[in-house]
Each structure stands twice: as structure tokens, then as C-alpha cells.
Design a protein around this ligand. Structure first.
Ligand SMILES: Nc1ncnc2c1ncn2[C@@H]1O[C@H](COP(=O)(O)OP(=O)(O)O)[C@@H](O)[C@H]1O
Ligand SMILES: O=P(O)(O)OC[C@H]1O[C@](O)(COP(=O)(O)O)[C@@H](O)[C@@H]1O
Ligand SMILES: [Mg+2]
Length: 328
């Protein structure tokens, strides 16, 4: 078994609250175990540009409560090329780095697995960090809990004004391919309808549902639209509905990037700490091309290969049905 001595960490793809607690945990667990630690700025971009710096225990002081990522993040096109991957490898070798922890989503893991297959002498471990909660191998990903709470706080406020004016609101939440935030937020805020990318929305049913709400004297209605819905965003759906639902003052709100910011929740701080701790310990134990996750409240280690091939989101039909019944 190859014993590691110098570990690098990066954050990649969309930032997610909980990344900082995870970085802190990785740095301190590694140092506790006698490893040197290097931080890489802007994900794979910094790996290719050799933008790295040594990290000590104090370099991660007072970051548990911070949203975003102190390492910064990026979406990096050159890492998708063989040349980019080779430059990244040479930069790691030059510095004597023999282990890499990547915190990110499916794209980040795809890049890491490809890199690790070409250059297996650098051990690679993934930590699921994305507000979209769409990775196989972990019931929860970093940032999902905080983002959902941020969304709930915003929708509660919108509900107040919707109710005061008897209005119908279409609220767009993040999730290009994932309805995870939309579904949890919809249940938490008593949405009249939840539209997800994983399920084709029957506009006629939506219109019937809204009309029936009116006849039952609902004073306001909230429809949550995940940004990746097949009919388009909240504005497009509102236009389709507007023609047929009369006597309702319709408004649209796009929550946008505010959903990705903010101080991580207790859940995400604990999750980040646990996953970071587990990632370093797994590398020390000689594991590579894996990801750490949380299943049934226990750490679970899954191969990146499996995580990426199994990754289709399983639509939670039971929760959809429950949300529908509870909003009658
Ligand atoms: N097929 C791939 N080969 C190499 N690198 C990739 C590949 N897919 C994604 N990446 C790298 O991972 C980065 C993050 O992926 P992205 O999909 O943007 O975010 P996330 O990791 O949150 O899903 C990309 O910008 C790119 O550098
Ligand atoms: O900030 P950007 O680059 O516009 O990306 C927006 C996307 O990032 C996310 O917040 C997170 O996606 P990833 O985990 O794939 O990075 C999506 O919900 C959203 O569609
Ligand atoms: Mg992704």
C-alpha cells in the first residue's frame, strides 16, 4: 500500500455552504496525522495554473461559520482536455503531492476519476458538495440543508405578501437537473404545486389544481418551479397559466444565487466536519478513486465509478404525493 505524505484540497463547481467546515476538517485531520497540506485555489483552474499554498492549523481558524469557500471555486474548461490533466499532474508531482481531496458535484467527480485513471500514483477522494443534493452514495450533500432553509425563509416572506393581496406566486428555485430543493421547500412551505425537472408537468392539471384552490377560498397560492423544469422557468409557466386562471393577481419571483450563500446550518457544519474527517482517514487507509458520503447517519465509502454511473436522481413519488394531499 502506498503511504501518503502530502495532501492537497480543492473546491470545484458551484459553491455550497458547508465547504468551509469541510476544508477545516480536512486540514486539521491531515495535520493531526502528520501529513503536509496544500490548498488549491479555484478548483481545477488553480491545479492547472499552479495556484497553491501551504495550509496550517491556524489557516482554517474561524471559517466554520462562513458560506462560500475560502479556497474559491471555478468551472474549468482546460481540465476537460488531456493536456490540462497532464499539466495538473506535473504541478502536483513537482510539489510532492500524493493525495488529492476534491469537494464538489458530479462534474468534479467525473474530472477526478478521469485524472486518477490516467495518473493512479495520486490518490483521489471525493466529498459531495452541491446544493442540488443529486449525488449517488450520500443521502445528503454539503449545502443542501442550508440552501433549503434559505429558500424556506424567503418563501415564508413571500407567503405573507401573497396572502395579504390574494395573489398567486410562481417562485423559481435552483436546480438545473435536480428538484431536491424544490421538493423539500415545497413541503416545508405548503406549496400548492411543485414543478421538478425529473417529472413532466401536466399544465392542465396544474391549472385545475389552482382553480380548485380558488373555489375552496384559498387566499394565496404558491407554485415552486425548479429552474430546470421542462416547460421553462417560472416566467414561462406563469404565462401558460395566466391565460386560463382568471381573477388571480399573478407574480413571479426568481430566488437566484442568494440560495447558494450564507452561513452553513448546524447540519451542514457537522456534515462537512464528518465528511472531511472521513475523507482524510480513507486516504490514510490507502483508499483511492472513492467518495465519502453519509447514509443512514453513518459514513459510507462508494467508488467514484459507482457514484457516477448510478447517479440518476430517484424521484421521491411518496413525498410528491404527500405534498399534494397536504395542500388541498
Ligand atoms: N468530463 C470531464 N473531464 C474532466 N473534467 C471535468 C469533466 N466534467 C467536469 N469536469 C471538471 O469539473 C468541474 C466542475 O464540474 P461542474 O459540472 O461545473 O460542477 P459540479 O462538480 O458541481 O457538478 C468542471 O468545470 C471541469 O473542470
Ligand atoms: O452559478 P452558476 O454557475 O450559474 O450555476 C448554477 C447552478 O449551480 C447550482 O447551484 C449547483 O450546481 P452544481 O452542483 O452542479 O455546481 C445549480 O442548482 C444551478 O443550476
Ligand atoms: Mg453538477
Amino acid at each position: 500500500m502506498h503511504k501518503i505524505s502530502k495532501l492537497a484540497v480543492l473546491t470545484s463547481g458551484g459553491d455550497a455552504p458547508g465547504m468551509n467546515p469541510c476544508i477545516r476538517s480536512i486540514v486539521r485531520t491531515a495535520i493531526y496525522n502528520g501529513l503536509e497540506v496544500v490548498g488549491i485555489r479555484r478548483g481545477y483552474q488553480g491545479l492547472i495554473e499552479d495556484d497553491m499554498f501551504p495550509m496550517g492549523t491556524r489557516s482554517v481558524s474561524n471559517i466554520l461559520n462562513l458560506g462560500g469557500t475560502i479556497l474559491k471555486t471555478a468551472r474549468c474548461l482546460p481540465f476537460r482536455t488531456d493536456e490540462g490533466q497532464e499539466i495538473a499532474y506535473q504541478n502536483l508531482k513537482k510539489r510532492g503531492i500524493d493525495a488529492l481531496v476534491v469537494i464538489g458535484g458530479d462534474g468534479t467527480f467525473t474530472g477526478a476519476l478521469r485524472f486518477s485513471k490516467s495518473y493512479p500514483d495520486v490518490a483521489v477522494m471525493g466529498v459531495p458538495g452541491t446544493i442540488d443534493n443529486d449525488l449517488y452514495g450520500s443521502t445528503y450533500t454539503l449545502g443542501f440543508d442550508t440552501a433549503t432553509n434559505t429558500v424556506i425563509e424567503a418563501i415564508d416572506k413571500i407567503r405573507d405578501t401573497a396572502d395579504a393581496h390574494d395573489r398567486l406566486f410562481f417562485i423559481e428555485v435552483m436546480g438545473r437537473d435536480s428538484g431536491a430543493i424544490a421538493l423539500r421547500a415545497g413541503i416545508s412551505c405548503g406549496a400548492e404545486a411543485i414543478l421538478l425537472p425529473e417529472k413532466e408537468t401536466a399544465i392542465d392539471d396544474l391549472i385545475e389544481n389552482l382553480k380548485s384552490g380558488q373555489s375552496k377560498k384559498k387566499s394565496s397560492s404558491i407554485v415552486i418551479v425548479a429552474e430546470g423544469d421542462k416547460h421553462g422557468g417560472a416566467y414561462d409557466i406563469a404565462k401558460l397559466v395566466e391565460k386560463q386562471v382568471k381573477n388571480y393577481d399573478i407574480k413571479v419571483t426568481i430566488l437566484g444565487h442568494l440560495q447558494r450563500g450564507g452561513s452553513p446550518s448546524a447540519f451542514d457544519r457537522v456534515l462537512g466536519s464528518r465528511l472531511g474527517f472521513a475523507a482524510v482517514n480513507a486516504l490514510i487507509a490507502g483508499k483511492t478513486q472513492m467518495m465519502v458520503g453519509l447514509e443512514a447517519n453513518y459514513i459510507k465509502i462508494t467508488s467514484l465509478e459507482e457514484a457516477l454511473t448510478q447517479h440518476e436522481f430517484k424521484l421521491e413519488e411518496d413525498l410528491m404525493k404527500m405534498a399534494e394531499i397536504l395542500s388541498i
